[in-house]
Write a protein that binds this ligand. Structure first.
Ligand code: AKG
Ligand code: FE2
Length: 531
């Protein structure tokens, strides 16, 4: 393939002929990079073109030899730029085949250079600085990490077992500070490699290495009815510190949800179709006003990060401060099983307007169990309406499916939900392992227990239809067919997983405190079913 260089001058686009591009590349000492984008000042472009067109061998002025930015990328077909102009009309059609083909150049995505991700730049980059990365989490990109579980589904597992009511209607979120507060600080470990990678990309693209810190990291899911109109991400006084956003899509349009297309108000591309593993990076100011269309079904899940230049908003410092005060993170607890502890009831009640009376709506933890076909039974078989259900959810519970009651007790609803979601994450692999039948402890539900189960359901799932429309059964890839034998295996493996992450956290924390930064350490937290 012939080498190609695109030269973009600030506020103008220059498309030199191939020969000129090659000459420019060699003059800027980039001839060793076969395909690259140079971002130059207008002056630099003029100097370079004049020199190239007159075939002068005179040395270029020193200022012209260093591009403002240089990004290598794979350019498998001649012209991404013309594709960009046609993009708006054909985006949806292209996106549907994007799982295997690149939207801009239509070549199979896996054939893109894997060392340098495909980088698609807007032609109006200086006016609307934004970057789209496809397959950001491809296994090849993650090769640098020995952490095995750079796994979208691990983040989905964390979200479905730990999320609370979010900041907008029909939106749910899992923040790192919430994980620390609910005795699940070890669950921040799976975020670390991807968080680092995203920060690196933002720094590289905006040329701000060592100048920014992460302000917020969160898993955010948008369910049926959720949307957001035109806005910039710094559009509130308390958000003014936000400089850049990176949204990593953890599931796909047309597969896991419908609706939810992302639009930029100005510049290209105008529409972005969320697909698992893709990342959108943009400035948080008015150069990137955007919106998200209403979700019409399913659950759209993202890992969203905001970055700031204001060190007083450094998320790492805040997390390290709360982790170092956490009473249970110590060498003594490093190998002890840990149990999550729920936050206050109102953080789990949907819709939030109902959380003062709980007259209608549902508890999101119970609803997530319900859509997977589970129910719960509490220890006290004499429950009646004088019992406060929010207290019951903090106490030991049994898991029920149909007429089967799983005899092991879970410490509270969050513990139970984590194990169930772990089973649905690891289920397909668990089914391949052989577990011994004698460890199976499942019995039939008694008449008294039946009453108890029904009572809890009525109290906690007041609006069953609403719960089913928000966390739609079957749409979100929850296709593990339940069997108690492999579920039993999941209970033990969940404990091993938790212990392993907790152990890594205990070992990492002193280094994080010393560096005042949360970073990935190799051999940290990798989890394998075969232990
Ligand atoms: O999830 C997305 O695609 C963007 C969400 C967004 O605009 C926001 O949370 O401010
Ligand atoms: Fe936004």
């Amino acid at each position: 393939m012939l080498p190609t260089t695109i030269v973009i001058g600030i506020s103008m686009v220059v498309t030199p002929p191939l020969g000129a591009s090659t000459a420019i590349a060699s003059r800027t000492h980039l001839h060793h990079k076969p395909h690259c984008i140079l971002i130059l000042t207008l002056r630099q472009v003029t100097d370079l073109l004049t020199a190239t067109q007159t075939h002068t061998t005179m040395p270029l002025p020193p200022s012209s030899q260093t591009p403002l930015h240089t990004r290598s990328y794979s350019l498998p077909q001649a012209d991404h730029r013309s594709s960009l102009t046609h993009l708006a009309n054909s985006e949806i059609k292209h996106a549907m085949s994007r799982s295997s083909y690149c939207k801009l150049c239509s070549i199979p995505r896996r054939e893109h250079s894997l060392q340098t991700l495909p980088v698609h730049l807007s032609m109006t980059e200086s006016e609307h600085p934004r970057l789209i990365l496809h397959d950001f989490l491809s296994p090849d990109l993650c090769k640098g990490f020995t952490y095995k579980s750079l796994d979208l589904q691990e983040l989905e597992f964390i979200h479905k077992s730990c999320s609370t009511i979010g900041y907008r209607e029909n939106v749910f979120s899992t923040t790192l500070s919430h994980l620390v507060a609910t005795n699940s600080p070890h669950m921040i470990l799976p975020f670390i490699p991807i968080r680092e990678k995203l920060k690196e990309k933002v720094e590289e693209f905006f040329g701000c290495e060592y100048e920014i810190c992460i302000e917020f990291t969160g898993l955010i899911s948008w369910c049926k009815g959720a949307s957001i109109g035109w806005h910039s991400d710094d559009n509130r006084p308390y958000l003014k510190q936000r400089d850049y956003a990176a949204v990593c899509y953890l599931n796909s349009y047309g597969v896991d949800f419908n609706g939810g297309l992302f639009h930029f108000q100005d510049g290209n591309p105008t529409t972005f179709i969320p697909m698992a593993g893709d990342v959108l990076i943009y400035t948080a100011d008015t150069r990137n006003v955007h919106s998200v269309e209403e979700i019409t079904d399913g659950e759209r899940l993202t890992l969203t990060l905001w970055f700031t230049r204001d060190k007083s908003h450094d998320e790492d410092s805040k997390l390290i401060s709360s982790l170092s005060k956490h009473p249970l993170i110590s060498y003594e607890t490093a190998s002890k099983p840990q149990i999550p502890f729920p936050a206050s009831q109102n953080m789990y009640w949907f819709p939030p307007e109902q959380s003062s009376t709980y007259e209608t709506g549902f508890d999101i933890r119970y609803a997530r169990l319900h859509v997977l076909g589970y129910q719960i039974c509490c220890k006290d078989t004499r429950v009646n309406s004088s019992f406060d259900f929010s207290d019951i959810l903090l106490e030991p519970l049994h898991l029920v499916r149909g007429n089967d009651l799983f005899e092991k007790e879970f410490s509270n609803i969050l513990h139970l939900l984590q194990v169930v979601q772990f089973y649905h994450w690891k289920g397909p692999e668990l089914k391949k392992l052989e577990f011994k039948m004698e460890s199976l402890n499942v019995g039939p539900v008694s008449m008294l227990q039946c009453e108890n189960i029904r009572f809890l359901k009525v109290e906690i799932l007041k609006s069953e239809d609403l719960a089913e429309s928000i966390f739609q059964r079957g749409i979100c890839g929850e296709n593990v067919e339940h069997d108690w034998v492999s579920f039993c295996g999941a209970v033990d493996l969940w404990e091993a997983y938790t212990k392993k992450l907790w152990h890594s956290l205990v070992l990492s924390l002193p280094n994080w405190i010393a560096n005042q930064s949360i970073f990935y350490e190799s051999d940290d937290g990798s989890f394998d079913l075969v232990m």
